[in-house]
Design a protein around this ligand. Structure first.
Ligand SMILES: Nc1ncnc2c1ncn2[C@@H]1O[C@H](COP(=O)(O)OP(=O)(O)OP(=O)(O)O)[C@@H](O)[C@H]1O
Ligand SMILES: [Mg+2]
Length: 342
């Protein structure tokens, strides 16, 4: 017999806010084909935060931008399925896509100066955003803009409403950008390294703020970062990307305790070996794969201390280790080897 709670739990499990299946993104130009994303699948539940982590060039930003179809269509081939809040993103026309961007889905990028227009005050921009996505009076929009600035803990919000972006510190601008992103009451926040341009103390404050807002507003967050420390601060789950694929995924605590993919293990070790918060991950021997000439097998095999001939032959299947912990590595079924790697 099923109880109402079971039904509720089932409905939650059955209806992720963001759902991606076998996403592939290929860029062409200059006689080359760059396979930046090669079969990414992920689900984010309502109110859940997922961090995408991995080295530079692993396809984190391309994946995030693809969710909103932000890549120039002429040079980009996109395949796979993307559903956000029930909408089939791949099938949306330009107007519906525009409504989704900045409406249901808010985006925050690394450099707030790029998102904030220098010739308008912060208040004008937030009010404009509110009025684009909701039919409210000018005074109601102003009230909401004030509340948005208050919600990101900006001191003297009245005064900040009249400030231009260049009149604010980096941390304040980042908060103003988050306020702008949240002013249209989104359900999903896509954030691409929103804190790496900030100094360490401000970074932590902004991360804590994002976490609080996520809890208050029940936001689903997909958060891109190089920084495992930032992922720990924000994420419920982590997806580790390498060569445009998710090689391991699971609850953050599980990955910290029991990572199974040699790449994840190397990534965690590179952090333990003195990597400070905010620094780029550079300490894994070897170089990232050439996305214009991907090998047929596991993309990490050429750098993997445990690689065998089978790893070079075909892309490893994904093993489900339970509790949302999945890993794409043939070693996953051999705990002794995985433990030796750790
Ligand atoms: N518009 C484009 N045209 C061609 N190649 C691209 C384009 N955008 C990204 N790439 C390539 O796709 C790969 C993945 O890039 P992406 O920006 O997703 O990496 P990333 O994981 O976000 O790295 P970083 O941590 O440095 O931000 C890179 O090799 C990049 O050069
Ligand atoms: Mg990036």
């Amino acid at each position: 017999m099923t109880t109402p709670q079971d039904n509720h739990a089932e409905a939650q499990a059955a209806a992720p806010m963001v759902s991606v299946r076998d996403l592939r993104v290929t860029f062409s130009g200059g006689g080359k084909t760059i396979r930046a994303v090669n079969g990414v699948s992920l689900d984010v539940a309502p109110g859940e935060a997922l961090a995408l982590i991995g080295e530079s060039g692993s396809g984190k930003s391309v994946t995030l931008r693809a969710l909103m179809r932000l890549h120039p269509p002429r040079r980009t081939r996109m395949e796979g399925a993307i559903r956000i809040d029930g909408a089939d993103v791949m099938a949306l026309d330009a107007r519906a896509l525009q409504r989704l961007r900045g409406g249901t889905v808010a985006m925050v990028f690394q450099e707030p100066l790029l998102a904030l227009d220098p010739v308008y005050t912060v208040g004008q921009q937030i009010i404009e955003c509110i009025r684009t996505h909701a039919s409210v009076s000018a005074s109601e929009a102003r009230q909401r803009a004030l509340r948005a600035l208050e919600s990101v803990r900006i001191p003297s919000p009245e005064r900040r409403l009249a400030a231009y972006p260049h009149e604010m510190s980096g941390g304040m601008r980042q908060r103003a950008m988050i306020a702008l992103a949240l002013s249209a009451s989104p359900k999903v926040l896509l954030a691409d390294e929103p804190t790496t341009a900030l100094d360490a103390t401000v970074q932590i404050q902004v991360l804590i703020l994002l976490r609080e807002l996520q809890r208050e507003l029940g936001l689903s967050i997909v958060f891109v970062t190089h920084d495992i420390g930032a992922a720990v601060e924000i994420a419920d789950r982590v997806a580790v990307m390498y060569g445009g694929r998710i090689v391991e995924e699971g609850p953050i605590r599980t990955l910290l305790r029991a990572a199974r993919h040699p790449y994840t293990i190397a990534l965690l070790q590179s952090r333990q070996h003195g990597m400070d918060r905010g620094q780029r991950l550079q300490t894994i021997a070897g170089s990232p794969p050439d996305l214009a000439a991907l090998p047929p097998g596991c993309t990490f095999a050429p750098r993997c201390p445990h690689a065998r001939p089978a790893c070079l032959a075909q892309v490893p299947a994904t093993t489900d280790l339970g509790q949302g912990h999945r890993v794409s590595c043939i070693l996953a079924s051999e705990p002794a080897v995985a433990e030796a790697a750790a």
